[in-house]
Structures are given as structure tokens and as C-alpha cells.
Design a protein around this ligand. Sequence first.
Ligand code: ACO
Length: 436
Amino acid sequence: MDDDALTIIDERTESSYDVPLLDGGALRAMDLRKIKTRSEDFGLMSYDPAFMNTASCRSAITFIDGDKGILRYRGYPIEELAEKCGFLEVAYLILFGELPTAQELDAWVRDITRHTMLHETTKKFLEGFSLQAHPMGMFISTVAALSTIYPDARNVLNPESRQLQVRRLIGKVPTIAAYTYRHSLGYPYVYPDNELSYSANFMNMLWRMVEPRYQANPVIARALDVLFILHADHEQNCSTNTMRAVGSSQADPFVCTAAAAAALSGPLHGGANEQVLKMLDEIGSKDRVPAYVDKVKAGHGKLMGFGHRVYKNYDPRARIIKQTADSVFKITGGNPKLEIALELERVALEDEYFVSRKLYPNVDFYSGIIYQAMGIPTEMFTVMFAIPRTVGWLAQWQEMIEDPEQKIARPRQIYVGHGKREFVSIEKRSSHAVAA
Ligand code: ACO
């Protein structure tokens, strides 16, 4: 039999179907529809809650081998990109498919920095939030609000318009992120300084006070660049899937990015970095690690920053983040939480529960410890994730729009509710205590 096809025998009807295999390993779910017991049947569907084994697209952006712990953007290993590139260089690679020449990179950096300013009304919009508002809630809403400032962004089928919105979003997300931070503190917003690199300018917008020009520490700026590179894309994760799903209705990229950021904010996804720090605080000291691990094994909570749908090996990003932590701690002084985190990793990786389930530290396990050492508050951690991930979301959104096979994303369901029922008038209904 052909390696590129599968023969399915339906024992109910004794019919046989040849089903082609896509790219050597996937069958098209629509081919299952041919499998019927009677001609008027709907045909077979696949059932896959949480997309455990369903590819929703063919993508050329990011490759992950979760068993081997491999991550590549456009074919380049993450380790090399993190060591040798700047963030905007990697952003260019992710978006356009190739590493830029020096000239292309200059033009690209110029393009992005042209778009770092926010419309003044956006500041007023942010002022409406309470000082206690979570920065991620402010970030999501403000990104969505940009859609009202750039109505031309609705022109999603126009490649030039798409390019403009991509530049706007990548330029503006650090400014929005920094403004949410300044807002929480009641500090005045700091305008972007376009002479600085992407990361150094972000530091400027976070931390400049009365000095005429912000001097970014180059080690911290480089560490931020590395963290941004590591977070830039991760194929079809929950937030990227959201970006594609919302984008498939041809909504504009600002609201799509806001929706993706909303998906990122959950504690099982990008919100995990915030939860890791809360967990380390709760553990409190190294000697209390074994008791905490026992509690998790007994079913009380999860080890935040551990486990991954795709990685069943050490997350390569976690390894690079650990190395980056050393350079940051030389400048900032250590973070006592690191000791607890290292002990937690050691205990978990020797424990049968975590070993048998292939649960390893993921990207979120160490990132928060570095951010905290830099002076970034815990509530900002997921916003720090959203800044670089905007690049991945936009690249995936573009790929989706340009893919002739993609249509509005609309899954099927298996209906398990009532069959047709007789209507009951209100005076004859009995209470089922469904509503409070
Ligand atoms: N701590 C303890 N046990 C865990 C953990 C964890 N962090 N993660 C998974 N498990 C257990 C599950 O309870 C399950 O055990 P069982 O087989 O006895 O039922 C088994 O490992 C398999 O886990 P699933 O929940 O089926 O794995 P899934 O792929 O659905 O979930 C997820 C992946 C959501 C990341 C999960 O590992 C988790 O909740 N981790 C903690 C949150 C976290 O760190 N999220 C960030 C992920 S990285 C990112 O999104 C940027």
C-alpha cells in the first residue's frame, strides 16, 4: 500500500476507503465524511476536545519537537537566535521568513520605531482605569481600543494595510505595556525614545523619572531582548489559536490581538508566570519544597510553570532563561526565589509522579524570577509575555489570511442535549434550581 494513503475498512458496511495522508502523517477530517452507513448519513466526524490530536493549519513559521525539546523559528534553532540576534531581527525572521540583511534590518527598525507613539486619546482611555486595575486587563482593553483609532485596519484582505497594522502593533505594544505599569503607580507616562533599541526604549518608558535621557543598562536590555526572542512565537498554542480563530472572521488585527492576549492571560497559559511567583511565595523556603510537592501530588493544585501540552522534555526556552538569569543577577543581585525554584525543579525531576508524566519546567518557570529581579512587579509578567508574542500572533494571522485553505473557524459539535420537547407554559413549570 501507498505510504501516503490509509485504507479504512468500515466493518459496519464492509466498505473500504482509501484516505490520502497529508504531509506523510495527517488525514483530512473532511475525508472521514465519506464514511457513511447510508447515503443520507452525515458521515463520520472526528471528536477532539482541546485539540489534543488535531492540526488546525499547515504552518511554516515555528517547529517544535516536544519529545526532543527542539524549538526553531523558520528553521533556525532558538538557542542560536537567542545568542546571536536582537529581538526585532528575530521578529523580521518570524514575519517575513528570512533573516534580514543589515540594510533590511535598519529599515525595519526605523519602520517599527516610527510607530511607537500612542494617540493622545489612548492616554485618556487608560486614565479611566482604577489604580488597582490588573495591567493585563488594561493591556487587553487598550490594544482593542486601538481598533477605534485605526478603522483602516478592517481592510484585512489588503496586504499593504496588513503590513501597516503589523508595524503599528509591534511598535505600540511596549508603549501600552509601559503605560499600564506607570498608571498602576500613578506616575506620568513617558514618551518613547526612538534613539534607543526596542528593549532599551521599553526600559525608558517603564523607569525614566526626572533624568533628561534614560540610560539603559546594556546587560538588562540584552536580557530583555533574549526573553522577548524566546517568547516571540510558539506555533498553535491557546492564544495563537485564538488569534487565528478570531482573525478567520476577518475582524481587524487590533481586536484579534486583544482576543489573543485575553487567552494568554489565563493561569494555564501565559498567566502561569505570575502564578509561579505566587507559588514560590507560598512555599517560602527551600526546606518546605518537599511538602509542597507532596500536596500537588495529592491533587491539591498544580506545580505552576511545570508541564506542557507539547513538550514532554525540558522546554529549551527554560534552559536559556536559566542562563540569562545569571547575567541579570550579576547586575541586580540574586533573587532568593531562585533557590526555591531550583530546589523545586530538583525535587520534581527526581519524583516518579513528574517523571512518569514527563512534566518539566516550562518557559514560565524561571522568567518571572528574572523579571522580579529587574524590578518588574508580578502583575506585569503576563504583559511582558504579550509584548513579544504579538509578533508571533501577527505572523500566524498573516499566514492564516493568505492560506487559501483557511475559512472562518467553526468547529462541529456532538449534540448531547434533549430531543424535541413539548413547550411548558410558565405556570406549569417546576423549579429545578438552575438559576440563583
Ligand atoms: N503540576 C502537577 N501535575 C500536572 C501538571 C502540573 N503543572 N501539569 C500536568 N499535570 C498532570 C495532570 O494532572 C495529568 O495527570 P493525570 O494523568 O494523573 O490526570 C497529567 O499531568 C497530564 O496533564 P494534562 O492536564 O493532561 O496536560 P495538558 O496538556 O492538558 O496541560 C498544561 C498542559 C495546561 C500546561 C498543564 O501542564 C498545566 O496546567 N501546567 C501548569 C500551568 C502552566 O505552567 N502553564 C504554562 C504552560 S506554558 C505556556 O502556556 C506559555
